[in-house]
Design a protein around this ligand. Sequence first.
Ligand code: NDP
Length: 400
Amino acid sequence: MGKCMIIGCGGVASVAIHKCCQNSEVFEGIMIASRTRSKCDALKEKLQPGTKTVIETAQVNADNVDELISLIESYKPDVVLNLALPYQDLTIMDACLATKTHYVDTANYEPLDTAKFEYKWQWAYRQRFEDAGITALLGSGFDPGVTGVFSAYAMKHEFDEINYIDILDCNGGDHGYPFATNFNPEINIREVSAKGSYIEDGKWIETEPMEIKRVYNFKGVGEKDMYLLHHEELESLALNIKGIKRIRFFMTFGQSYLTHLKCLENVGMTSIEPIMYEGREIVPLQFLKAVLPDPASLGPRTVGKTNIGCIFRGKKDGKDKNYYLYNICDHQECYREVGSQAISYTTGVPAMIGAMMIMTGTWKKPGVYNIEEFDPDPFMEALNKWGLPWEEDHDPILVD
Ligand code: NDP
């Protein structure tokens, strides 16, 4: 069917690449292009013998638009799947515009020096992508990603209007370390040490970090503490889902994680302000990343399940209605299949599916779109087929 260039070769990319190789009918060729070429080569060596997908590799600095343009021009992919870091979104979008190539990512752009997640920078590309006749699909991971697809599906099949959405992200996994992060520590800690916020009646309401706590009994996992966080899909869902009055995002954290994080914060280790150390400038959070366990090393040690989904409350045929859509994913099963734990798995699978939707022309409209703006049905079907089956509950326990 076509060729896809995957930028980045970390935790999420590794899963997406495994999945592209399982799906050779669509992904006839992939190029893995990342900062450290040896990681791309190692993955090619592991996967090439077992797949019809033709794998190529390259070194690229995705901060450099000219480098990206010449790589895209030489490989001529149908789609670029950006699985590097949020800091590279705009340079990669620029290169896609210059080469008229479709673009897919899993996280919205974030400037290096301010921990602020907003779509405004990427939405500013709308007209240019439309004029170039290419599509940018934003946020094709799990959250954002599947949460947006779930919302579009609920809107299409279950409701006339959705008034409340609670997104619940539960990781019941245990890796046995006192403190480690399940994905890129810098991105993870920036996310959880930021102020919380949610949208009510069209306005953002800000909270202190971890100020709002609830307890929820998750199917497949059990009872967990969860905390309200700011999360990027709130911004797009509040605009794209009809009738929204309030939308919140909760993530579970264990007490040990929070105590360690508080301590690291109190001593300044989570700061993104550069400091001078022995004559050289370092960013404390980047230094912390260097001493923490590599998220990729957690795979074999992590046991338990994740449960991520959305609880919707709204109206159908004039009556109140509640509906919960979620996926349960087992860390060890993921590890056995692709050598990664469930956090990377739940992001890498939808990343592959998003690229597939664009490559096959199933989703086709020029411009810059969030995932809930497309027909959810083919994506929902693909989730069942490619390893993230969803479950539904028409009488869920609600979050107060
Ligand atoms: P990793 O840190 O494991 O991987 C990032 C990869 O990008 C690494 O291979 C890194 O190279 C490469 N990279 C970084 N900078 C550059 C650059 N300038 N040029 C080329 N390559 C570069 O991160 P994850 O795999 O955990 O996360 C990937 C993305 O997925 C992030 O944007 C993250 O925010 C997003 N994400 C989205 C989720 C969702 O549900 N929507 C959930 C989890 C993550 P090197 O190997 O040299 O370090």
